[in-house]
Design a protein around this ligand. Structure first.
Ligand code: SF4
Length: 443
């Protein structure tokens, strides 16, 4: 039998780009291609790039350069693909370039430069497609693009306006993932709470009944499939309040990832953030009354043009008062083509660094206090990794998303495997992590 042509894949950027990579891999696998883990074993290398920040563009250009040096035959796709001239100027020998979610273009470029070998035994793609995440969790992309126009962001220029998937397609994909062993679905998009606005919340037929393409309706349906459902990139639009009832009922994880970016009304206005309002703090406090276990993850930007010490302190107060359990922080970085570059009031680097450190200290104190409250509780955790030398496993609770949040380190973990859901007693905590023992082992 002729050997299957081999593709190397370098996937950069956010979970949305990762989902694009998975889709491209699944298509190519179904056409008889196989994949190589190193450059040397690949006939061609695909680089899925990120183009959000200038530093990410640089990283993507370097990755293309590395693939060219190590292999020589490179196809580029993803967010940086919209800047074809920049890529060609730096790396003229790249074979083909396409933009984000242009699956057909990538696949036909592969066909052109590395034709598939006909093989009647190629139906090797599992029903759920190929995944770059471990088997027990998966990202579920519900829409592409974004209708907002935040002044520091060029995502809408790269990925276009919001384009939501019909609810039935998403639910079908979610079911397939769960059948294949996925225990946690991470719902992603650029603006999850805006889901369906573009298609006027159109109904689609799922299991013989109509389901609306609406944030609440979709979350409720997903919550009934029997896996953990975690919501990312949720903006605090008024209808988000409704989802609290699904969390209170245990259908959706008590976890909200809301990229607030700032708390000063003046800065939020200059950022042109969607759904910013002064009542956000009250709403979070109310959510916490309704769902006492709620964890709020957020991201903040320090040093946005025009940010004064007073604005910055407002953000620190907000993190403390709203008890933002998991806060990430970026120092403002101008993005080529973003309107914020025209704003006055550049914050000097040393001020930005000082604010970054102060914010991280406040965030760490809040996180330490929030995690200490969990000690003594019995909780379920999902196991991501095993550490047999120390007889422990690395797991996550309903309060931790993979890659970005903390972990639960479980000792006395004999016989526990990756992907297991285990009941544990939390025995200690630190700034970001919990420490626990299996309930069984304690009996
Ligand atoms: S919400 Fe704002 S920051 Fe997020 S993708 Fe849309 S425009 Fe960019």
């Amino acid at each position: 039998m002729t050997q299957a042509p081999k593709i190397g894949l370098v996937s950069l950027g956010c979970p949305k780009a990762l989902v694009d990579s998975e889709r491209i891999m699944s298509t190519l696998r179904s056409q008889g291609y196989s994949f190589s883990r190193d450059y040397a074993g690949a006939d061609i290398v695909l680089v899925n790039t990120c183009g959000f920040l200038d530093s990410a563009k640089q990283e993507s250009l370097e990755a293309i350069g590395e693939a060219l040096n190590e292999n020589g035959r490179v196809i580029v796709t993803g967010c940086l693909g919209v800047e074809e001239e920049l890529i060609r100027a730096t790396h003229p020998s790249v074979l083909a370039i396409s933009g984000p979610h242009q699956y057909e273009n990538v696949v036909s470029a592969v066909h052109e430069h590395l034709p598939p070998v006909p093989n009647k035994f190629v139906d090797l793609v599992p029903e759920q497609g190929l995944k770059l995440t471990p088997r027990h969790y998966a990202y579920l992309k519900i829409s592409e693009g974004c209708n907002n126009r935040c002044s520091f962001c060029i995502i809408p220029q790269i990925r276009g306006d919001l384009a939501s998937r019909p609810a039935a397609g998403i639910l079908g994909e979610a079911e397939g993932l769960i059948r294949s062993g996925v225990k946690e679905l991470l719902v992603i998009s650029q603006d999850t709470s805006a889901y369906g606005v573009d298609i006027k919340y159109a109904e689609s037929n799922y299991r013989g009944r109509p389901v609306k393409a609406k944030f609440y309706d979709l979350a409720k349906e997903l919550g009934q499939l029997g896996a953990w459902v975690r919501l990312h990139y949720v903006y605090p639009y008024p209808h988000v309040d409704q989802v609290m009832e699904l969390m209170a009922e245990g259908l959706v994880l008590p976890y909200l990832d809301i990229p607030f970016q700032h708390a000063s009304p003046k800065v939020l206005k200059a950022m042109r953030r969607p759904a910013h309002q002064d009542k956000t703090l009250n709403r979070i406090l109310k959510w916490r009354e309704q769902v006492p276990d709620l964890t709020v993850r957020s991201n903040f930007i320090v040093g946005f043009p025009g940010e004064t010490e007073e604005d910055f302190e407002m953000m620190l107060d907000f993190i403390e008062e709203a008890e933002i359990d998991r806060a990430g922080c970026f120092k403002y970085e101008p993005v080529t083509g973003a309107p914020a570059n025209e704003l006055e009031g550049i914050v000097p680097d040393e001020v930005m660094q000082d604010r970054f450190e102060r914010l991280m200290e406040v965030a760490q104190n809040v996180s330490t206090g929030q995690l200490a409250k969990k000690v003594g509780r019995t909780i379920d955790v999902l196991v991501d990794d095993v550490d047999p030398d120390n007889n422990r496993v690395i797991a996550r609770s309903k309060w931790d998303a993979p890659e970005i949040d903390g972990q639960v380190i479980v000792s006395n973990a004999d016989g526990i495997k990756v992907g297991d859901m285990v009941s544990v007693l939390v025995t200690a905590s630190d700034e970001y992590d919990l420490f626990a023992e299996p309930v069984k082992a304690l009996n």
